[in-house]
Design a protein around this ligand. Structure first.
Ligand SMILES: CC(C)(COP(=O)(O)OP(=O)(O)OC[C@H]1O[C@@H](n2cnc3c(N)ncnc32)[C@H](O)[C@@H]1OP(=O)(O)O)[C@@H](O)C(=O)NCCC(=O)NCCS
Length: 189
């Protein structure tokens, strides 16, 4: 494998549904378009502060994202989930991404603007880390976030991840510092 080839995939998939404290994580399906589009519309400014995709994510783009999520689930390269409350409302998204090289998965997350600071991202990341370590070959999980994104950095810190390094990264939104914190959690022995 070349130094730039980040492709790798585990030989199995996580469960399609994960219990995560106050929320449930359910694998993204194309049928989620209405709920996802409504949440992104409501939370657009909040999300776009740190996630540039949110600025331009219309129904068509989100439909493409959900179709990609179904494809990548089957390809075992990217496992994306919607965060749901008990009544089924989608209140965020999270995923396990096989894009950081062999034997590792990256966790990403976002939470609806009116649902932040309830522990949802922490609950989702905790459940995804546990599910990741159930997969064959996964030795570590990582969370990458911009140094200025203090709300996001609180999540790996609370879950016992170690800050491995800070790297120069593209500044994608005005709020970003342009430096990524790489938080790492090793497979529990
Ligand atoms: C980052 C994000 C996912 C956090 O979601 P969340 O569900 O609110 O996260 P949690 O409630 O699990 O934890 C948030 C923590 O941030 C802390 N926090 C909130 N505002 C803060 C601030 N201004 N400064 C420092 N810490 C802050 C909270 O106190 C909480 O920690 P605590 O439980 O120790 O008190 C959410 O804010 C979001 O969707 N942001 C936009 C998208 C994004 O940045 N995604 C991550 C990209 S790396």
């Amino acid at each position: 494998m070349s130094g730039h080839d980040r492709s790798w995939s585990p030989s199995d998939r996580p469960p399609a549904e994960l219990e995560a404290g106050p929320i449930v994580l359910r694998r993204w399906l194309t049928a989620d378009l209405e709920g996802l589009a409504a949440e992104v519309e409501r939370s657009r400014a909040h999300l776009a502060e740190w996630q540039p995709w949110a600025l331009t994510a219309d129904r068509e783009a989100l439909g493409g994202f959900l179709a990609y999520s179904e494809w990548s689930w089957n390809a075992r390269t990217d496992f994306g989930f919607g965060l749901r409350e008990a009544d089924g409302r989608i209140v965020g998204g999270a995923g396990l991404h096989a894009r950081i090289g062999p034997n590792a998965l990256e966790i990403g997350y976002w939470v609806a603007a009116d649902r932040i600071n309830r522990g949802y991202a922490t609950a989702a990341a905790r459940a995804l880390a546990a599910a990741g370590f159930e997969l064959p070959g996964v030795e570590r999980v990582e969370i990458h976030c911009d140094e200025a994104n203090v709300r996001s950095a609180a999540v790996p810190r609370k879950l016992g991840f170690q800050l491995d390094r800070v790297e120069a990264d593209e500044k994608e939104t005005p709020a970003e510092a342009g430096r990524s914190m790489i938080w790492v959690l090793a497979r529990p022995s």
